[in-house]
Design a protein around this ligand. Structure first.
Ligand SMILES: [Zn+2]
Length: 192
C-alpha cells in the first residue's frame, strides 16, 4: 500500500495522455489524409516511410534509442529523435516531468503510467522505465533510507511507526493507512 501513487498525480498524467490521444483515434482520420501516388516524394511519404525499426515493437525501439542516445551522450532529446526517425513518433507526446522525494525524472510521455518509455534523471544517462515504476522505486528507496512512509491521506512523507498501520502522519494528524483521525484516548501509551 505504501508504494501507491497519490491519485492526484496519477490521474493528472493519465488524463493528459487520454486528452491528447483521443483526437488521433478519431474515426475517419485516415480518409482525411490524401493517399500519395506511388513513388510520390511528398513530406508525408517521407515521414511515414517505415524505417529499419519497422519490425520491432515500441519497447524494443526504446531499448535501441537508449543505447543510441547514451553512445552519443545525447540525453533524452536524442532518444526522442531516434524514436521519431524509427517511425514511432506517434507513440510519444513530448517530454514530461515527475518528481519524488527530491529526485526528478524527465521522460517521454506515452500517455500511460506504466508503459515502458525512456527517462533521464538530471544529466545522467537515459534508461528504459515507466514513470510510474520509477516513481514507486524512488518512493520506496526514500522510505527505506529515511524510515518514512507516504501518508495515504495527504500524500506527504512522515516517519514510520514501529507498526506501519499505527503510523500517524505528522502533517495531517491522520493514520497513513485509513486516513482516520486517531481517538484522543489512545495517545497515552502504556509505560513499560
Ligand atoms: Zn498526512
Amino acid at each position: 500500500m505504501s508504494g501507491m501513487i497519490p491519485l492526484s498525480i496519477a490521474s493528472k498524467a493519465t488524463g493528459l495522455g487520454i486528452a491528447r490521444l483521443a483526437p488521433r483515434k478519431a474515426r475517419g482520420a485516415n480518409q482525411i489524409i490524401p493517399q500519395p501516388h506511388k513513388g510520390a516524394t511528398t513530406m508525408q511519404t517521407i515521414e511515414r516511410k517505415p524505417g529499419k525499426e519497422c519490425g520491432a515493437d515500441f519497447d524494443t525501439v526504446c531499448g535501441r534509442a537508449v543505447a543510441y542516445a547514451n553512445r552519443h551522450n545525447g540525453g533524452l532529446e536524442l532518444a526522442e529523435t531516434f524514436i521519431n526517425r524509427a517511425g514511432w513518433g506517434h507513440s510519444i507526446f513530448g517530454v514530461e516531468y515527475v518528481s519524488c522525494a527530491g529526485r526528478e525524472l524527465s521522460y517521454l510521455n506515452t500517455g500511460e503510467t506504466y508503459s515502458l518509455t525512456i527517462g533521464q534523471e538530471g544529466n545522467g544517462e537515459v534508461f528504459s522505465t515507466s514513470w510510474g515504476g520509477w516513481y514507486e522505486d524512488a518512493e520506496n528507496q526514500h522510505c527505506e533510507e529515511e524510515g518514512e512512509t507516504r501518508c495515504g491521506y495527504c500524500g506527504e512523507f512522515t516517519p514510520c511507526a514501529e507498526e506501519w498501520r499505527e503510523t500517524v502522519c505528522e502533517h495531517c494528524g491522520r493514520y497513513v493507512d485509513s486516513g482516520e483521525l486517531p481517538e484522543k484516548e489512545t495517545e497515552d501509551g502504556e509505560d513499560d
